[in-house]
Design a protein around this ligand. Structure first.
Ligand code: FSO
Ligand code: SF4
Length: 541
């Protein structure tokens, strides 16, 4: 196997024997094959469109879910990958027969398998290292990881009935270009930036899906203690799943708690009407072995990040959507009509209430609409010098000890600075009680990683208010923690929006070749992190 798509990749170079995340070599090669066949399908859909033929949204959604399923920590169930590859090949064969011009199609577009053995054989030949040139490989993977991140956000928007054909067209045509050996480094760099542009469109689509369906996030205090009833814990990013579960648990005596990236659901007005929506339990994804144990009740994973579960709570772990884990029950379905959580609810009734691991509250809900409502206050604080600088510290948390840097950095920031955050990175400092500046909390949580879009809108709004020409003239520094591929699309989107001098940590992506890293450094001022003291001096300049 060879995988280097996430920040925790072995030795900061690549997982070759077993994934640090728990991905086995067999699972890794089947993920490679799913990406390969999805590229093949995308080449066929792209050519169909060129011939003026329609591609159904069902096909678009197959591409999306395929990509999402291969994101770090989403799906650890080998059987799902065989099924997905078969489904992808079947639909690709059907579409192939509709093409007038079948000349010069790639091997991936023409590949078919008659058996699992065929797939096994092919799967060992189509991984990342099949691209020999280091720089081409680096750019291809950078683009593919960006599109994987985008696919996750599309899937969430789709779940709420929102879609955008132009984004689907871009995703598929770009995937098909990843099979084209004649693309140059310069062309791939241009495509990388275009991916960032479409990333912004994707996050805007999801933002509008979320806010139109559930209202605009508003300042909210979220309880982090527990109640006395049995509970169900919901993790991941899919708000539709949460909504369905809240509806189905109403009046059952079961409380529903959020975990990790589901915390921001509390900020949406639509979920506040559920009296059994109890609070948030635990921290970022990587602490789930201890926290799922002590929760006592069933846990629903709506997306990544899954940590391979301990046997002690495996029978309480459920997956849905793109997630999966061998031995855990998978809840199928998409909507009110066909998604049934009764198995989880029945199990919850027999469980003890959660063990309290923390008490108190955390505050959040500072997405664009709420911050715009506070704009006068914020602008005044900047003008009077009460706020000297904003630090965008969005992104992800992870296991690495080196990530304590972000806690130390947050603690060391002077009192006249404000942290703008989104994603599970916030758990490194959202319980530190860093105080406020004239009533504005020093940690402003916009929401999930996709709500980094809100942070970009806030920056653009400040640029407008202060009548600046360039977003980089604002007193905003970017010190971003990344982990998996959703963070890649966020990064590419920020680059597209013209943000310079983003610092990425705890390490730079292993998939950036020295030459590609050099391009990012020279053109965008991308940098890594060093230590809190030196970085603070550098940022505060
Ligand atoms: Fe975190 Fe996991 Fe949201 Fe990621 S829970 S690490 S970037 O899936 O998506 O922030
Ligand atoms: Fe390794 Fe990350 Fe790939 Fe898992 S997802 S195999 S940890 S690089």
């Amino acid at each position: 196997m060879f995988c280097f798509q996430c920040q925790e990749t072995a030795g900061c170079t690549g997982c070759t024997k077993f994934g640090v995340c728990g991905k086995s070599p067999d699972l890794a090669r089947m993920q490679d094959l799913l990406i390969y066949t999805t590229k093949g399908l995308s080449e066929v859909t792209t050519r169909l469109r060129e011939e003026g033929k329609q591609v159904s949204s069902e096909v678009n959604h197959i591409v999306t879910i395929n990509l999402f399923t291969t994101i770090t920590n989403a799906n650890f169930d080998d059987a799902i990958f065989y099924e997905r590859v078969k489904e992808t090949l079947n639909i690709k064969e059907q579409l192939l027969s509709l093409l007038d011009n079948k000349s010069n199609l790639s091997e991936a577009a023409l590949y078919n398998a008659n058996s699992n053995e065929d797939m096994d054989e092919k799967s060992t030949k189509v991984g990342v290292l099949a691209t020999k040139d280091e720089d081409i490989r680096s750019l291809r993977e950078l683009i593919i990881y960006g599109i994987k991140g985008l696919s996750a956000y599309m899937k969430h928007a789709n779940a709420l009935g929102y879609d955008d054909e132009s984004i689907n067209i871009f995703m598929q045509s770009t995937l098909s270009k990843m099979l084209n050996d004649s693309l140059t480094v310069d062309e791939l760099i241009a495509l990388t930036l275009e991916t960032g542009k479409v990333g912004v469109d994707g996050m805007a689509l999801l933002d509008s899906a979320n806010t139109s369906t559930y209202g605009n996030p508003e300042i909210t205090k979220v309880n982090i203690g527990v109640r006395n009833n049995p509970g169900i814990l919901v993790s991941g990013h899919d708000l539709k799943d949460l909504e369905l579960l809240l509806k189905q648990t109403e009046g059952t005596g079961i409380d529903v708690y959020t975990h990790s990236e589901m915390l921001p659901a509390h900020y949406y007005p639509a979920f506040k009407k559920y009296s059994h929506f109890a609070g948030n339990y635990g921290n970022a994804w990587w602490k789930q072995k201890e926290e799922f144990e002590s929760f006592n009740g069933p846990i629903l994973m709506t997306t990544n990040c899954i940590v391979p579960p301990k046997d002690s709570y495996k029978d309480r772990l459920y997956t849905t959507g793109a997630t999966g884990f061998v031995g855990c029950t998978h809840i199928k379905g998409e909507s009110e009509d066909n998604k049934d959580f009764s198995a989880i609810i029945e199990q919850a009734k027999k469980c003890q209430p959660p063990i309290e691991i923390e008490t108190g509250e955390i505050i959040g809900g500072f997405a664009h609409n709420q911050v715009f409502a506070l704009a006068d206050q914020v602008v005044e604080a900047v003008k009077t010098g009460a706020i000297k600088k904003f630090f965008v510290m969005a992104g992800c948390d992870g296991r690495a000890k080196s990530r304590n840097y972000y806690t130390d950095f947050a603690k060391a920031l002077p009192n006249d600075t404000v942290i703008l955050t989104a994603g599970c990175a916030k758990y490194k400092y959202n319980k530190l009680n860093l105080g406020d500046i004239n009533g504005i909390p020093r940690v402003l949580d916009a929401g999930q990683c996709n709500d980094s879009y809100s942070l970009a809108l806030i920056a653009l709004k400040l640029k407008e208010v202060f009548e600046l020409q360039d977003i980089n003239e604002l007193p905003i520094a970017f010190n971003i923690a990344w982990y998996e591929q959703k963070a890649v699309i966020v990064l590419l989107s920020l680059l597209y929006l013209g943000v310079k001098n983003i610092h990425l940590g705890p390490t730079l992506p292993a998939f950036l070749s020295p030459n590609v890293a050099k391009v990012l450094v020279e053109n965008f001022g991308i940098g890594g992190i060093t230590n809190v003291e030196d970085d603070l001096k550098m940022f505060l300049g």
